[in-house]
Design a protein around this ligand. Structure first.
Ligand SMILES: N[C@@H](CCC[C@H](N)C(=O)O)C(=O)O
Length: 261
């Protein structure tokens, strides 16, 4: 079978996207998705998404990690899928789409920036001075100094595979506070089982942990190895966050065809 794919990236978090509105890719299996995401034998990507139809919404997002398994929400993926929908002719002032963690809104600015409304967050758990929260995907956040010199792969893997998280997995973020409203984040991603250049739900989790206004509106600039994002939100109380928006670039890289066995 010849498969037509589209490659997108959001701050270096890269994705294979398939237009599945006619359901032609419904039967893709784990092995095939893993092959498509393989950087040596396939196209290469951190994850794969299907653009599906969904009654009552502009579209549905289905997300798979590079290991071929369907996973939880992907923030950068969601932003890339909105840009893809726009390029496929789905033109809206405000997009409404369904994902695994519920309904999302998104908009595209004149400069191409894609802003995605994330789910409300209710609850941050503290453990040994680190933080655990769910921003659509599960995240572990650890504050460190000199994050660019940090061994993200080794330390991330140690946490992701410890007894507590080994079975379900968790994404692990290492965060350096640069200024009151600016942080640097590096993430070890579950399902990729490596550091990625950026992780949207991880950036969001890190920004919620690093609030600067005790209550009300916060706007945090987040630097990743793949570029700059911003996270805006209202801090309702200690661990309740509403109106959480993840904003940044999402670009088409190329499109092509590949033979599937
Ligand atoms: N890169 C994503 C997160 C994708 C899901 C994650 N790997 C998981 O399995 O939890 C993002 O931008 O949020």
């Amino acid at each position: 079978m010849k498969l037509i794919f589209h490659k997108y990236q959001g701050t270096g978090n890269d994705f294979v996207i398939l237009d599945n509105r006619d359901e032609r890719y419904n039967d893709l299996n784990t092995e095939q998705i893993r092959f498509l995401c393989d950087r040596r034998f396939g196209i290469g990507a951190d994850g794969l998404m299907l653009l599906n139809t969904k009654p009552g919404y502009d579209f549905e997002m289905k997300y798979y990690n590079a290991d071929g398994r369907e996973s939880t929400m992907c923030g950068n993926g969601g932003r890339c899928l909105v840009k893809f929908a726009y390029h496929q002719g789905i033109r809206k002032n405000m997009y409404h789409f369904m994902a695994v963690d519920g309904a999302h809104e998104a908009e595209i600015d004149d400069d191409g920036t894609v802003s995605l409304k994330m789910k409300d967050v209710n609850g941050i758990r503290e453990s040994h001075g680190d933080f655990i929260l769910d921003t659509g995907s599960p995240h572990y956040v650890k504050l460190v100094t000199d994050v660019m010199a940090f061994d993200v792969y080794k330390k991330g893997m140690d946490i992701r595979y410890n007894n507590t998280y080994a079975k379900e997995g968790i994404n692990v973020n290492f965060v350096e506070q640069k200024r009151e409203d600016e942080i640097i984040v590096r993430t070890y991603e579950r399902g990729v089982e490596d550091e990625t250049l950026s992780c949207g739900t991880g950036v969001t989790a890190s920004a919620l942990v690093c609030y600067h206004n005790e209550r009300g509106f916060n706007d945090v600039t987040v630097l990743t190895r793949g570029g700059k994002l911003s996270v805006e939100y209202d801090r309702v109380d200690e661990d309740t966050f509403h109106n959480v928006w993840l904003c940044g670039p999402a670009e088409k890289v190329y499109e092509g065809g590949i033979e599937l066995k």
